[in-house]
Design a protein around this ligand. Sequence first.
Ligand SMILES: Cc1ncc(C[n+]2csc(CCOP(=O)(O)OP(=O)(O)O)c2C)c(N)n1
Ligand SMILES: [Mg+2]
Length: 1026
Amino acid sequence: MQRLQNLICSMNVTPMAKSIRMLQVLERTSSAMICQRHGQRHQHSSAESFLSGTSSSYVEEMFNAWLEDPKSVHKSWDSYFRMTQQGAKPGDAYRAPPPMPKPVLVYPGYTPMPEGMMPMPMPQTVPAVGTGAPDAKAIQDHLAVQLIIRSYQVLGAKVAALDPLGINFADLDHSTPAALKLQTFNLTEADLDRSFHLPPSCYIGGNETSLPLREIINRLQKAYCKHVGVEFMFLHNLEQQRWIKHKFEMPGGQDLAKEEKRTLMARLIRSTRFEEFLAKKWTSEKRFGLEGCESLIPAMKTVIDSSSILGTDSFIIGMPHRGRLNVLANVCRKPLEQIFCQFDSKLEAADEGSGDVKYHLGMCHERLNHATNKRIKLAVVANPSHLEAVNPVVQGKTKAEQYYRGDTEHKRSMSILLHGDAAFSGQGIVYETFHLSDLPAFTTGGTVHIVVNNQIGFTTDPRMSRSSPYCTDVARVVGAPIFHVNADDPEAVTYVCKVASEWRDTWGKDVVIDLVCYRKNGHNEIDEPMFTQPLMYKKIAKHPKTIDQYAAKLIAEGTVTEQEYQDEVAKYDKVCEEAFLAAKAETAVHNLDWLDSPWIGFFDDKDPMKYPDTSVEEDRLKTIGTMFSTPPGDGFKLHNGIKRILKGRAEMVSNRMADWALGEAFAFGSLLMDGIHVRLSGQDVERGTFSHRHHVLHDQEIDKKIFNSLNHLSPDQSAYSVCNSSLSEFGVLGFELGYSMTNPNALVIWEAQFGDFNNTAQCIIDQFISSGQAKWVRQSGLVMLLPHGMEGMGPEHSSARMERFLQMSNDDAEYFPPEGENFEMQQLHEINWFVCNCTTPANLFHVLRRQIQLPFRKPLIMMTPKSLLRLPEARSSFDDMVTGSRFQRIIPENGPASENPDNVEKVIFCSGRVYYDLVKSRDMENRTEKIAILRVEQVSPFPFDLVKAECEKYRKAKVVWVQEEHKNMGGWSYVHPRFDTAMKKDPKARRVKYIGRHAAASAATGNKQMHLMEQSKYIKEAISLV
Ligand SMILES: Cc1ncc(C[n+]2csc(CCOP(=O)(O)OP(=O)(O)O)c2C)c(N)n1
Ligand SMILES: [Mg+2]
């Protein structure tokens, strides 16, 4: 386009400008007319103009072709470009550009073909190429043909025979777009045998540059309207458009070799017979069978084979329930007996974990890929019932794998994501995950998506479950091409899968394969589909199986004999029977067989009860502190505010003190120097929402010139990735969880902008983080940093909802674990996650380091402060981080009260920033000897032992829990019964009393005055001694 525009500028070609304007007007007109004529529900998008945004590119295409070879374009264009290039003055040398055809209504009496195709009458010979000077009609017709070609490329999918049942037509639209009708272009049957030039970016001609219109249409129909419907003309990149055209338009390009067909048949047999075998052996068991979409197995195998040829050797797969067992068996080749064992509910687990139902379990398997003779690794990520929630997790896992393998080109590890049609269009996380696909810190170099589009979601008809024509329309936002394919044509399926793999390899972008199929049974095998879809299921009952259709085809064409086919069936049936017997001999199931992310060697030689030393030597703090406070060097233009911040940091370091940002940097830096990869992502994390972190410094004059001091600590350190994320909590938290699963030796952190935003990622928290180890024996050391605290900022910015995390902690409120040397480690070992609310940089430092130094991995849910980031009292001395120091689960009172505990009348336990308010008021009231204030820094697992000891120490004091959160929020409901347990043997039968805000529906008042009143009231009560 640029070339064309330059020419326009240099040539004083007003006529050209006029023509472009004319084309644009035409585009709008034709698009409007087409919309009107469609009159369909989805007219706004399904009736997309075949010219949309591209008429200028059409002119450009003509122009570029003309520049290269004036003979390659129609004479009219040739003379037009020649005239304009000679610089003819407007008016005298002006010659009208080749006119664009006017859309006209379909003439009366027109009867569309069954598929709505153009009529194909008997041949006549009316040549249009090379017949001397073009007349106006010839030019108009020539342009009409160019537009017809374009309209097939844009809209061909709409009339492709995609739906095996012929009910919904994949896009819920039966109509044929006017742009696919000959009459729209003022052409008649008589024109079908005239020859027309093909535009340079159309490949249907093979070596021919012109073809009769009849043949042009035939070839376009073959390319775009048979069993494959390609949506790609919305791509902004013309090279990508051409690439796809080439793949689908080249004559003969889609044919499979004989051997490929035989392999395809064998795969289809396995896919079909596997379900039949399960149905026969376990008649009333739910398995969410694949019947109706058996082509999925050869489809996945083709993606894997083709990608393996292209150099990929690790595939991370995310998928829902449908066909999952079949995928495990026939794509991943998980031993069948392990799958069959899952049907035996009497078998108990031989190892840890509560396990999950069979169609949610993950696995990881390495094997030889026979098609390429290369070793490949296949991981299916365990997923909850929550459809599509696994998508970002898969992407994070793949990204991490690429990082550890140094796979910067994203060629060796890739994701494959499977979807159901209803879930793909319905779940927002699909969109959120797509939006990570091209971000530098999140891209995995393209994902192959496969939709098992059985045109139903449980009992809901797609006409009631989506507002878009196709269930795949969400993929358009990121420029992913979409290949709709009739799943009853396994060869077409195979072809699009090959193209999809090559697309990923070539362009590094996502691609979608929409397997348009049906669901043979109900939602599961014990469901009755006739209740709700009677007509559809009458049709399905009569519909022949894909394998039967395909075997008949191969037998008829002589690719296999009937006997060969029967032998292949018998061979696989035998494999199933043998595995069935082997499964019967099993005495237990093994949860570890279903681990999606094995950390080989990580647990070896580790003492699970050894508490790690999380301190570091002072020199290391100095090295990190100095680097962290040193400006980037000459030539880097820093903002003055940043200079001040760095100066302040340098002063703190020289005073052996750390604020929150330094404490965090010390933790990250020391781990990085120990070879631990650290990754922090979330919204605005590079600077920090509260402008305290500043890990990425920006040159004030040069765009993208940045400096991150934590990547310059030592030559052999690990990489520190800190990345601002898209505005998605669900997607990004899921992604980081996946990232944390790949390698235990990485500190992976997600930070919420404000803590309460974690609720839009609730599914990841509930379904994966809190329960992943129990269900799927999968550990993760993921850290969630959740800004939390009541600072008069209103309901939305005050609470990270600590109570929810605490409620999901699995430590029993009434159970005081045996006291002894290993008390702390035992608790850490048994809990599902740690919930902390730290008040000092030193404790933050230790707890972050502890994540990596523990001999196992658990998620850490960390309430982080806001105003404390700058509060001078909330700083730590180096003494609290250097050798000899450790993480403090409870920070005890260390003032006068602790020296004479019998004199203390009140012992206050609290957690978080309220501590600093309490101390201030207590000290102002001169009650330092009477009131002890203790901070519970690790709220869960609950430090029963320390609470008990502190209560015993202050044996004459009243025990109170003070919190700033409302009574039904914060830590109270969690700590209350646990205090009771800790104080069960209290000689005076004391019980903890609550002081704080009353119960409320909203997390905080929006009125600042009210906030302050509430605060002063409970603080006053807390430090009162009456
Ligand atoms: C987030 C979520 N909501 C609801 C469900 C309940 N559910 C399970 S399967 C299903 C229908 C899914 O339809 P589709 O995505 O088309 O997959 P199919 O079962 O047809 O293969 C529903 C609604 C769920 N599992 N997850
Ligand atoms: Mg469905």
